[in-house]
Design a protein around this ligand. Structure first.
Ligand code: SF4
Length: 351
């Protein structure tokens, strides 16, 4: 094996846009690139200017998360003209049974045509064709690293990513965990805040749920209303093990949507009493989400669980969002009180 000093001799600067899969895979990417001794430059949290720039470069019907990705790449390039690479992974399939949305499949190709983009550092995840370790070797090769160095880096990254997932399942909020990763801090849970009287499951793609600019800090608004928020990342692994059967003829082929439906399946059955409502944040013009939101809505009606769907785009306004949240929280609270009174009455009659 080559000594570490040799690895650090070349100072390669790699830019990572804070968008899309950043909210899901950044801990893995960071550890992998750190181990390969490259310097990471992260773009800042989304802001108005980044969104505006992304919207200018993305065509009208494109979903807002991809437009933000454009804006984040352009911000990186402008502020760091000395970047050697911009990291744009191609996620095709992480498991054999499902695919990522087509937007992820073509991401490096569409970013390549933006003005003044440096070399693209690709990392292709497609387990239908080859193991992820192969992609790590390819990535290392591009950076001038040996096969052994790349494989070691990959193993370390996987170990760190497993620890990160355990931390989330122990209850860590994703944005808190990402901040710790960004600052090279150990995984420690935040101080527990006062518990709310309601518990909601917040569904959606990580980039919709955890980009607090584009979702107008949705989670904080719920917490301010006395709601405890659960996201898919906090749920136990066992929930996602069995595939979701929609019907004999209909199967879902999208990776994220499969997770969303698996979570719903759990709360419609075994976990029914664990939550008081479900909110689904979706992006305007998102094909995969609009398909499953119909199915989720149907199931929610059957079990009588309060359900709210919120569609976001670059024009979403704060006032409208607050009004909808307040009304929904009030409705869920009344429903919970009524259920408690009904069950007390039943017990009295039995006695
Ligand atoms: S899943 Fe939907 S929101 Fe995500 S990239 Fe694809 S179209 Fe956009």
């Amino acid at each position: 094996m080559e000594p570490r000093e040799e690895l650090s001799s070349k100072n390669i600067k790699v830019g990572i846009p804070r968008a899309l899969h950043f909210y899901r895979y950044y801990p893995f990417w960071k550890k992998l690139l750190d181990e390969l001794r490259v310097q990471i430059v992260l773009s800042p949290p989304t802001n108005k200017k980044i969104v505006e720039e992304g919207v200018t470069h993305g065509f009208g019907e494109l979903c807002i998360p991809v437009k933000i990705y454009y804006g984040q790449v352009l911000k990186l390039i402008r502020e760091h003209p000395d970047l050697d690479y911009v990291f744009v992974p191609r996620y095709v399939a992480e498991v054999k049974e499902s695919y990522f949305c087509p937007k992820f499949l073509s991401l490096p190709d569409i970013i390549k045509i933006l003005p003044a983009v440096p070399k693209i550092l690709n990392f292709e995840v497609n387990v239908k064709e080859f193991p992820i370790a192969t992609s790590a070797i390819e990535l290392g090769k591009e950076l001038g690293r040996t096969q052994n160095q790349s494989l070691n880096a990959y193993r370390e990254a996987q170990k760190y990513f497993d620890a990160y997932h355990k931390f989330l399942r122990d209850g860590a909020p994703v944005n808190h965990a990402l901040r710790l990763v960004e600052n090279n801090r150990p995984f420690t849970l935040p101080k527990r805040k006062k518990k709310g009287d309601l518990k909601f499951l917040l569904l959606g793609h990580a980039y919709n749920i955890f980009d607090t600019f584009i979702n107008l800090d949705f989670q904080k608004k719920l917490v301010d209303q006395g709601v405890e928020v659960l996201t898919i990342e906090n749920l136990p692994e066992s929930i996602f093990k069995a595939p979701v059967i929609i019907s004999k003829r209909l199967r879902n082929y999208w990776k994220h949507e499969e997770e969303i439906m698996a979570a719903i399946r759990y709360f419609l059955t075994k976990g029914r009493k664990e939550i008081d409502g479900v909110i689904f944040l979706i992006s305007f013009a998102c094909g995969p989400d609009s398909l499953i939101s119909e199915l989720i809505m149907r199931d929610m009606k059957v079990v009588g669980l309060p359900f709210l769907e919120i569609t976001m785009d670059e024009h979403s306004g704060e006032a409208g969002m607050i009004t909808r949240i307040e009304a929904f929280v009030e409705m869920a609270r009344r429903k919970k009180k009524k259920l408690a009174i009904d069950s007390k009455n039943k017990e009295t009659i039995k006695a």
